[in-house]
Design a protein around this ligand. Structure first.
Ligand code: CTP
Ligand code: CA
Length: 226
């Protein structure tokens, strides 16, 4: 049998991926965000599509080209990401939350540009919804993968997120390490699964890491006949 006769590993599967930063506005000319470029999520979306999946990519504002053959849903705020993800969730087989979602947003968004005044200015912030946490609470058949961005005690914090958010797997990145995390071409990561697998991926391209993450998920799903 030739290579091309073998079905792709994600044929018939639906995969939802979130990518990029969110933006939380204070006024028409100012917002809070983070340095995420979306590269990890876009690499995951492209790989999953190449592996045969029907891919939905909910993406914050990034400058990357949309991956070919992927349904891209653009969003700006954490609340918009929440709404799009929840809308699509029930029909998905694999969900990967690689987006860098703001934990806080300004309590008030001003319609008009704020004018500067002498002295300090304090912005009151309120919590956004933890999208991944809610996905974990509402989980049915989905294989749910979260990311953890850490600057210290990676494994401990990563394991806490795996348990607390009811994930099947967590990909932990040391965002203070050179060449890893926000805005880089590469990542060095630790993948830990609920079933007890632990994989340390050395510094590699986000494309390669994407393939490894998807293969790990497929292997666990197949071992459970999911
Ligand atoms: N996440 C989310 N919604 C939020 C915040 C985070 O869905 N409002 C998701 C991210 O997409 C990521 C995971 O939760 O997959 C972990 O994000 P991270 O910032 O590392 O952890 P937090 O749970 O936000 O905790 P903290 O920032 O305090 O470390
Ligand atoms: Ca956070």
């Amino acid at each position: 049998q030739g290579e091309e006769d073998r079905p792709l590993p994600l044929t018939g599967r639906k995969v939802l991926i979130t990518a990029g930063p969110t933006r939380e506005k204070i006024d028409p000319v100012r917002y809070f965000t983070n340095p995420s470029t979306g590269r990890m999520g876009y690499a995951l979306a492209q790989k999953a599509q190449q592996m045969g999946a029907e891919v939905t990519l909910v993406s914050g504002k990034v400058t990357l080209e949309p991956p070919v053959g992927v349904d891209v849903i653009p969003i700006t705020t954490a609340q918009e990401m929440y709404e799009e993800v929840m809308r699509a969730y029930s029909e998905q087989d694999i969900v990967i939350k690689s987006a860098a979602v703001a934990d806080y947003r300004p309590k008030v968004t001003y319609e008009q540009k704020m004018k500067k005044t002498p002295g300090e200015y304090v912005v009151e912030m309120e919590r956004t919804k933890d999208i991944l946490m809610e996905l974990g609470q509402r989980k049915e058949h989905q294989y749910l993968i979260g990311f953890a961005a850490e600057t210290m005690d990676m494994e401990r914090y990563g394991r806490e997120k795996l348990a607390k958010k009811n994930l099947d797997a967590v990909v932990i990145n040391n965002v203070s390490e050179e060449g890893s995390g926000f805005g880089t071409e590469t990542n060095a990561s630790l993948l830990i699964t609920k079933k007890g697998q632990e994989m340390a991926y050395p510094l590699m391209s986000k494309q390669e890491l994407a393939e490894n993450i998807l293969l790990a998920a497929i292997q666990e799903m197949e071992s459970e006949n999911r």
